[in-house]
Design a protein around this ligand. Structure first.
Ligand SMILES: NC(=O)c1ccc[n+]([C@@H]2O[C@H](COP(=O)([O-])OP(=O)(O)OC[C@H]3O[C@@H](n4cnc5c(N)ncnc54)[C@H](O)[C@@H]3O)[C@@H](O)[C@H]2O)c1
Ligand SMILES: CC(C)CCC[C@@H](C)[C@H]1CC[C@H]2C3=C(CC[C@]12C)[C@@]1(C)CC[C@H](O)[C@@](C)(C(=O)O)[C@@H]1CC3
Length: 345
């Protein structure tokens, strides 16, 4: 059992603080005068005022060292969504989150802010202006989503005013911005391999893409508004840019900004989804012999061909959330941050 001293409300820990979102969060917390402990399986950078603790979040003892005298914990660690390793998702997102909750109790942590995902309600069909009261996906689209659902439930159910342990979940959607390891890099890689010529469906589907600074802002607001008498206790909040955009317009702007051609030819959604499903099944069957990683997975095709945008009215009402960086400025900043991914670079 860790020795308890009264935690300072400005001392926090970011689990997954070496990652894309985690690092942006750590930087803003430091700017706001917080003392930050980062807990991650890897150390990706150094920053004055930040103490790194390297370890696996499934290791309670290692976690306890990072949570000593901490009052607020942000949990934004997860295996990469593109992984198809079910056991890894189960171990980190479910068993690991149980360990995080237990370690928080033992260390006397007062608030836990989980980075969940809006995808916990997405089943591959249209969601227009979805609110937080939509039911969890009954048939989650992949292992990532399946385990994010269980993770969110665990964290929200752990909220206890009696025990002085308050929890909240932030559900961002389609995070992008400087240093993002997936959206822009995957998009550019797909374009470089000549596979970004086609628009899946009629191209009119609206989607939320959320600039990383806005997601960070939502997390910090949640931490600062989470109190025993606030409506945030045990609740989930969508955090988006609040500017749904046509999926293919967004992709085209990023591609053209980096010097690549925008996709032009349309393909029927059901055809592409069917092919992606077939390829996914083939990859599964052939897995003992050969490892194939198809570019167009059923998940990506569903995300590219359906409406999925969410209302953040609840975050506006309960914590005064407003996006800080509008979408167009966010796209410009993002494109400028990737000189090495420009065509010909
Ligand atoms: N990127 C998005 O579009 C998006 C959208 C919605 C929600 N989210 C959620 O936001 C969070 C952060 O995502 P990201 O895009 O920054 O991912 P990321 O991969 O950049 O960061 C995740 C971090 O978690 C760490 N990690 C993984 N397993 C760990 C373990 N066992 N112990 C300790 N650390 C571990 C990794 O080392 C990494 O630094 C995740 O929970 C993700 O589900 C992401
Ligand atoms: C080849 C494709 C047709 C186009 C390639 C773009 C693709 C890389 C991105 C477009 C939407 C993105 C996205 C996620 C990953 C990258 C994309 C598929 C996401 C699955 C990452 C995990 C998040 O939690 C997410 C589910 C979310 O809810 O925000 C993401 C959804 C969007």
């Amino acid at each position: 059992m860790a020795t308890r001293t009264r935690p300072s409300s400005k001392r926090c820990a970011v689990i997954g603080g070496s990652g894309f979102l985690g690092r942006h969060l750590v930087e803003r917390l430091v700017d706001r005068g917080y003392t930050v402990n980062v807990f991650d399986i890897r150390q990706a950078y150094e920053l004055p005022g930040v103490m790194f603790h390297q370890g696996d979040l499934c290791d309670r003892q290692a976690l306890l060292l990072a949570l000593k005298e901490v009052s607020v914990v942000f949990h934004c660690a997860s295996p990469a969504p593109a992984s198809d390793d079910r056991a890894l998702f189960q171990r980190v997102n479910i068993d690991g989150t149980r360990t995080v909750i237990q370690a928080c109790h033992e260390a006397g942590v007062q608030k836990l802010i989980l980075t969940s995902s809006a995808s916990v309600v997405f089943e591959g069909t249209d969601i227009k202006n979805g609110r937080e009261d939509l039911p969890y996906a009954k048939k989650p689209i992949d292992y990532y989503t399946e385990t994010k659902i269980v993770q969110e439930k665990l964290v929200l159910e752990a909220c206890s005013k009696e025990k002085g342990f308050l929890t909240v979940a932030i559900r961002p959607h389609g995070i992008f911005g400087p240093r993002d390891p997936q959206l822009v890099p995957i998009l550019v890689d797909t374009a470089r391999r000549g596979k970004m010529k086609f628009i899946i469906g009629d191209g009119s589907n609206l989607v939320d893409f959320t600039y990383v600074e806005n997601v960070v802002h939502g997390h910090i607001l949640a931490a600062e508004h989470l109190k025993a008498d606030s409506p945030l206790c045990g609740q989930a909040y969508h955090i988006t840019n609040d500017e749904p955009v046509r999926f293919w317009d967004f992709m085209s702007q990023i591609l053209e900004g980096l010097g690549y051609s925008a996709p032009r030819y349309h393909l029927p959604y059901t055809l592409v989804y069917g092919i992606a499903l077939l390829l996914w099944l083939m990859a599964l069957v052939l897995r003992p012999l050969i490892r194939i990683k198809p570019t167009f997975t059923p998940m990506r095709v569903a995300l590219a061909g359906t409406h999925h945008y969410y209302s953040c009215a609840r975050a506006k009402k309960d914590m005064g959330y407003q996006p800080l960086v509008p979408l167009q400025e966010a796209i410009v900043r993002t494109v400028e941050s990737y000189p090495h991914l420009r065509k010909g670079a």
